[in-house]
Design a protein around this ligand. Structure first.
Ligand code: NAP
Length: 283
């Protein structure tokens, strides 16, 4: 599996598996198990997805050694702040049946982000987390966190797909040594992505699927991707992307699909911020 080297030297797989919107515990466990069996080493989840126990069970059942798996989870807004973040971290660890995390992210740039980051810096220094980072941080939030703290986030996980390409933001992250990670690599199926004419013609040329082209495009840009599927055949398909290469011309054609706007979740909209901040879950 190809990896990227994070700003603290930790190796992170370039391709992984995401578990957002897999509400059924059994389906979640089976999907993660299938992904691990297929060879995925990176599993992306979050406390707010409320399926940490199922992920933990799948990891146990897979028999894959702990050091062979890269586990990311995320701190939700309701747990922002120094004390709450420490407690939420321990809860996630317990639910996942793990004794350390590979990557812990602040899920959203809202609430007491400073307190959370101080707690995460401490947990990192204690060796309980191999790398710490953020998600959904626009550049102004990211630079604010960077200049006021000692540890630079290793990763920023943001909406990134063919319709929201994040070209300038990716460049900003690169300059600041923050690895960009894509969430929603298939735009969650929006915009009729799987039937997009440009992508279909490129896929046919390479005898691949649109999903594989969408992922391959991210890989060639050096962007970590964590596609989600509950179907075993798609889990296999999404992993089978390292035996072909998009040409410069393919990459240029895909570049024209960029809308430069968020398709799924705009964090510029006050109503989205208010809505997300009210979302809670129970331990
Ligand atoms: P996504 O991966 O872009 O799209 C998932 C959708 O694509 C599902 O409907 C899935 O259907 C379908 N699909 C998967 N493989 C396919 C294939 N080969 N052909 C056709 N359809 C396919 O969306 P996502 O789950 O939102 O994003 C991926 C991960 O990013 C999440 O699971 C989560 O870990 C993370 N994420 C993070 C944030 C954040 O705020 N940080 C937000 C959203 C997501 P089936 O399952 O039915 O196959």
């Amino acid at each position: 599996m190809q990896t990227v080297t994070l700003n603290n030297g930790v190796e992170m797989p370039l391709l992984g598996f995401g578990v957002y919107q897999i509400d059924d515990e059994d389906v979640c466990e089976e999907s993660v198990y299938n992904a691990l069996m297929e060879g995925y080493h990176l599993i992306d989840k979050a406390a707010v997805y409320e399926n940490e126990e199922a992920v933990g069970r799948a990891i146990k059942r897979s028999g894959v050694p702990r050091e062979g798996i890269f586990i990311t989870t995320k701190l939700w807004i309701q747990d922002a702040g120094y004390e709450s973040a420490k407690k939420a971290f321990e809860t996630s660890l317990r639910k996942l049946q793990l004794d350390y995390l590979d990557l812990y992210l602040i899920h959203m740039p809202f609430g007491d982000v400073y307190g959370s980051w101080r707690a995460m810096e401490e947990l990192y220094r204690e060796g309980k987390i191999k790398a710490i980072g953020v998600s959904n941080f626009l550049n102004d939030r990211l630079i604010d966190l960077i200049v006021h703290h000692e540890i630079v986030p290793a990763v920023n996980q943001v909406e990134t797909h063919v319709f929201t390409q994040q070209v300038e933001n990716a460049q900003f992250m690169k300059v600041h040594d923050v690895q960009i990670e894509s969430w929603g690599p298939f735009a969650e199926g929006k915009n009729n992505i799987f039937n997009n004419g440009t992508l279909v013609s490129i896929a046919e040329k390479h005898h691949k699927s649109v999903a594989q082209v969408a992922l391959r495009w991210l890989m060639q840009r050096g962007i970590v991707a964590i596609p989600k599927s509950v179907h075993k055949e798609r889990i296999i398909e999404n992993f089978n992307i390292f035996n072909f290469e998009l040409s410069e011309e393919d990459m240029q054609k895909i570049a024209t699909l960029d809308t430069k706007e968020s398709l799924i979740l705009s964090l510029h909209e006050p109503e989205n911020v208010a809505h997300l901040s009210k979302m809670t879950f129970h331990d």
